[in-house]
Design a protein around this ligand. Sequence first.
Ligand code: NAP
Length: 285
Amino acid sequence: MITAHTRLLGVIGHPVEHSLSPIFQNAALSYLNLPFVYLAFDVLPPHLGGAVEAMRFFSIRGLNVTIPYKERVIPFLDCLVGEAQVMEAVNTIVNEGGKLIGYNTDGVGLYRSLERKGVGVEGERVLLLGAGGAAKAAVWALAKKGVASVLIVNRTRERGENLACWARAKFSLKVEVIEWEKATAGESSLWSEVAAVINATSLGLKGEEIPLPWEKLSSSVWIVDVVYRPGLTPLVREAKKRGIPSFDGKEMLIHQGAESFFLFTGERPPLQVLEEALDVKDDIS
Ligand SMILES: NC(=O)c1ccc[n+]([C@@H]2O[C@H](COP(=O)([O-])OP(=O)(O)OC[C@H]3O[C@@H](n4cnc5c(N)ncnc54)[C@H](OP(=O)(O)O)[C@@H]3O)[C@@H](O)[C@H]2O)c1
């Protein structure tokens, strides 16, 4: 029941209509009977500062931050902690008595989804498609997982090199950058040596296919997509068709959201409630 004690949580982004966060966050709040509601706010770029400042005026307890504001929101916060400092990006803001604290739960989200699905990448090579914010979170998760090395494949080589530079400096990770055209044409012999392929590009969001040299992958490879859309992404659909263990970005979404929920409320949401809210099936192929 909404009362005068109910406090506001939400997500800001632009656009934000596609966000699934209100669905599973409200499901968990209601399951645990906590005095919060969670809404989505489409914030236009010139209003970003005002929207964040409104957290103080309205005692909004917390906000998730999505595209395109994860970096742009930083100047409006009082401090960054943990992974937000390392990644220089924020996906969760918590209002602690008027002080706005920035966190980043994306890396933890991917790390936990790899754990939960049993993706064994410790000491292995992993191929990462993309070099934007989601790829940065993936690098964080892979470093924490103790991978042997990461092969970055990005359309814009320079951005791939920048991510590689960051990964080496922050985590002493062994990283190699491969040209997008060469890699997707199957020219690299490295495809057969990777334990997992992680798509952290935005390809798939609108149903785009990713040209993978499927025949070159090892028989034990995992396909992990950080992208999600209604149904499955084309990448995960193709992997499933070929009997390759795979899952889409709803897993990461749930785990990053569960961590934000904990930061907002101090309670751990039951994962099953989040999964049921998004109709995520616990299958691996
Ligand atoms: N599941 C989750 O919880 C979660 C969390 C965060 C993000 N995501 C998803 O992850 C995706 C990426 O987000 P982001 O924040 O990393 O975005 P971003 O910073 O804008 O990066 C986008 C990436 O996609 C690549 N890309 C875009 N269009 C491409 C194309 N036509 N061909 C090849 N590469 C292309 C870009 O390559 P260039 O560098 O060449 O432009 C870049 O590497 C989004 O779909 C987002 O929804 C999911």
